[in-house]
Write a protein of this length. Sequence first.
Length: 427
Amino acid sequence: MKIVVINAYVRENAGDAALLSVCLRHVKEAFPEATRAIAGMEDAAAHRSFEGVDNLGSIRRYVADGGVSRSRRLLRKLVVALVGTTALLLPRAAADVLLKLLPAEARREADAVSQADMVVSMGGGYLLARPGLDGYQNVFFVLLPVLLAQKSGVPVVFAPQSFGPFPGKPQRRLVGRVLRRAALVLAREDVSVGLLEECGVPAQQVRRAVDSGFAFAPDVTSDWRSRLGIGAQEPLVGLTARRWLAPAAQERYERALAETIDALQADGARAVLIPQVTTDYLGDDDRIVERRIAGHCRTAPLRIEERVDYRDLKGLYSECSLLIGTRFHSVIFSLTSGVPCVAIEYEHKTRGIMADLGLGEWVLPIAEVTHADLWALVSKLRANPEEYRTALRQRLPAYIDQAEEFPALLRAATGATGGLRRAGQVA
């Protein structure tokens, strides 16, 4: 039995690495004898495997490769789109011949998903579209491997994830067509269920599930307080930040965080800026933002400049008494460590999941963050953290149990489709 996990991201994004780690574990628990492979955004030449599972590279990585010129990326997209779209329109035998014309990396993923017994599109928040041509490209290249799998009769499962937005009608039609033929679709908040309904995917076909990050529980391997040079009793407040807004709004957000750091450190806490994402891909490196935030502070916060393994990073959040988190998986890492959080929302997953946990009052939209609003929540938490911690003790165990249901859902999806390689076949 062969199972291919697609749409994996990069290990320097600690949240996505955790999702991939849990997904691979869950697949193995569901099908212990299966051969697993990954098709993701990491270069297979540089990263041959992830946690012992072979990395194939992917169509998405090939067409978006930042190591080649813009004109070459455009040519790659045109070639792959032309070959892929034509193959989808041809009979199976002719399509198989045509797909051999794909460049090697793209062909590896196309071959893998077409020959698999199951394809799992891992959790995350990547099936969406921004306005403009880039949005159409993203939807097409995310779904192309799924379409190729479905054409070959391979069942496709969408692990717990967020979907949308989809501003264009053609985007919604394509998403609806693909997901209606999926063996299983799991959405991690109600907003996504509603957005898929707008795409023509009936709500009863979408199962509400829990972000797999809640099932990520690696062993603690580092003494972070010693590494940071702080005492065992010093209150430590973590902060995560990211680039997201237009320049003027981004600066306001960063200055609001800096003011809050100054207020925390004046009030006897130590603040540490934690880079949850340190990838060079698309310049998405939190350390760049956090250097600017530290530069705005009157009193220097602690900062982490090295790239930290995603498993090791989880242990740092457990040392905090409080987290102010923009990167939402930094919030999940903290909540599962019993650490109260103020979450800064940049996509609907934040508010949806926090509301699920009864913590909606602790969310602020990123474009509206001010020091005054942030400090009101932070000071309230610092004065009375026990009420929040009690809520976590009451609600998290069942939520984590739900995150661990994925192996059973995978097995059930196999049975419900009448056996592998017969679900979702597209003529």
